[in-house]
Design a binder for this molecule. Structure first.
Ligand code: SF4
Length: 454
């Protein structure tokens, strides 16, 4: 009897199920998770059923919580099945031991690329319940295996693998440090796109390397052009370097790139230097103009809450956004994030201008506005105070947020500026102070999650 893998619907689930299907075709059946009582009872009666839950967002955590609630209510899992296997990108932000403590019914937590680990678990269930795929010495050769159907209009996520970038110096970067090099060469990446295009009819691809260089993008376009295919590409992400102005012509000629996500971070040379972003402010507009000329929709990423940010840095960034977001402008939208610290970052931040004093780790359930009932699980991020050079005082994150409330409120109100308040890790009471009388209205209409690509 085949093993029934029950997934929540995410990119991760698709990649996993496709991989399993190719490697052990016919041994598994796949179906999406349903949380109704009847479905859960049916799963419980099937010793071959396995829940594979990929956690990519707060929405997925909620789903996990509902699943656990449903299972406990029905007294399911008492026999040790169905097995529950948790993976997904958001596990870098959550403390796995805490998650296991909160939900001892979970059979395994897999961190990192899960394909090989999942196959390993299915063949020889290990004793250890928290597994690091990289520790297992697994070489992830296949970034994606296109065996199963995919939504015809949604871009397929595809990457060279690895999680480091050639620049690798930004002081706020969570991706690099112990990063790994790409698994695929550019030619192999292109070969995959060609094969998915020709053999499976896929047309949309979302290339998510941490940092694609202009010459690399030109090379990808050249190879796809030579293969005589016309896929639509979304690119995440690129650094705004002067070199990128030369993209205009190939972008326009090939007409394959639909969107690019640019890491701008702050429109302030002082801050870009302080955080070693390697961007010159005078290159930002020419690069975005070149992308527009090439027919590309640009999304900019802004990082607020960086220790050492002064009011004028925010105002300059705000004015830049006012002038350049919108229809017929160089930027279609800006996604605003709020800086968070994990223990890997402490060394990177070491400089007399950035002084931080770590406090407690955040817990999921305290910071998510009206999601207060969420699980009592620690994240991997620290709250911290930072030294304010202007007032010569330590300042909490809440204080620095509220101190800059006027400019931030104006920034958030610009049409085309998107942010997910839950990623800010500010308690609901801080947001209440921030929005005042408008709070109730704001929370009702607030975007729940920001997709990387529309
Ligand atoms: S360019 Fe991006 S991926 Fe590379 S170090 Fe900077 S933030 Fe990290």
């Amino acid at each position: 009897m085949s093993i029934e893998l029950i997934f929540n619907s995410t990119f991760g689930a698709f990649v996993l199920s496709s991989y399993l299907e190719v490697h052990q075709s016919g041994e598994f059946t796949f179906r999406p998770l349903h949380l109704g009582e009847e479905s859960l009872q049916k799963d419980a009666a099937n010793p071959n059923a396995i829940y594979c839950i990929s956690i990519g967002s707060i929405g997925d955590l909620r789903l996990l919580e509902h699943l656990m609630y449903g299972l406990r209510k029905e007294n399911i899992c008492l026999n040790g099945y169905p097995k529950i296997i948790i993976g997904g990108p958001a596990l870098v932000a959550i403390n796995s031991r805490d998650l296991l403590k909160e939900y001892p019914e979970i059979s395994y937590i897999i961190k990192g690329y899960a394909e090989e680990s999942l196959l390993g678990i299915l063949k020889h269930p290990p004793q250890q319940r928290i597994l690091e795929s990289t520790q297992a010495g697994v070489k992830r050769e296949d970034c994606l295996v296109p065996a199963l159907q995919w939504h015809p209009l949604r871009p397929v996520p595809i990457s060279r693998g690895g999680n480091t970038c050639d620049w690798g110096r930004c002081r706020f970067c969570h991706h690099t440090g112990k990063g790994t090099k790409p698994v695929l060469s550019l030619t192999e990446l292109c070969e995959r796109i060609v094969s998915y295009y020709q053999s499976y009819g896929w047309r949309y691809f979302y290339i998510y390397d941490n940092y694609l260089k202009p010459d690399e993008l030109i090379e990808i376009l050249k190879q796809l052009d030579a293969a005589k295919i016309r896929p639509t590409l979304d690119i995440f992400g690129m650094r705004v370097v002067k070199d990128a102005v030369k993209l205009a012509k190939p972008l326009k000629r090939t007409n394959m790139v639909r969107s690019i996500g640019w890491g701008i971070e702050m429109y302030s040379q002082r801050m870009l230097n302080l955080y070693r972003k390697g961007i010159r402010i005078e290159d930002v507009l020419p690069v975005l103009e070149a992308a527009k000329e090439g027919g590309v929709k640009s999304t900019g990423y802004i990082l607020t809450g960086l220790p050492g940010t002064m009011s004028e840095d925010y105002w300059q960034t705000y004015e830049f956004c006012c002038d350049h977001i919108g229809k017929d402008k160089v930027l279609a939208e800006i996604i605003v994030n709020w800086f968070l610290v994990n223990s890997n970052l402490k060394r990177r931040l070491k400089t007399p201008e950035i002084r931080i004093r770590p406090k407690k780790v955040y817990k999921v359930n305290r910071y998510f506005g009206n999601d207060n009932e969420l699980m009592n699980v620690k994240t991997n991020f620290y709250d911290f105070d930072s030294w304010d050079h202007f007032s010569q005082k330590w300042q909490s994150r809440e204080e620095s947020f509220l101190l800059n409330e006027e400019v931030l409120r104006r920034l958030f109100r610009i049409k085309g500026v998107l942010y997910d308040h839950r990623a800010f890790f500010l308690e609901p009471s801080v947001w209440q102070k921030f929005w005042g009388n408008e709070y109730a209205q704001w929370i009702k209409g607030h975007v729940a999650a920001i997709p990387p690509v529309n």
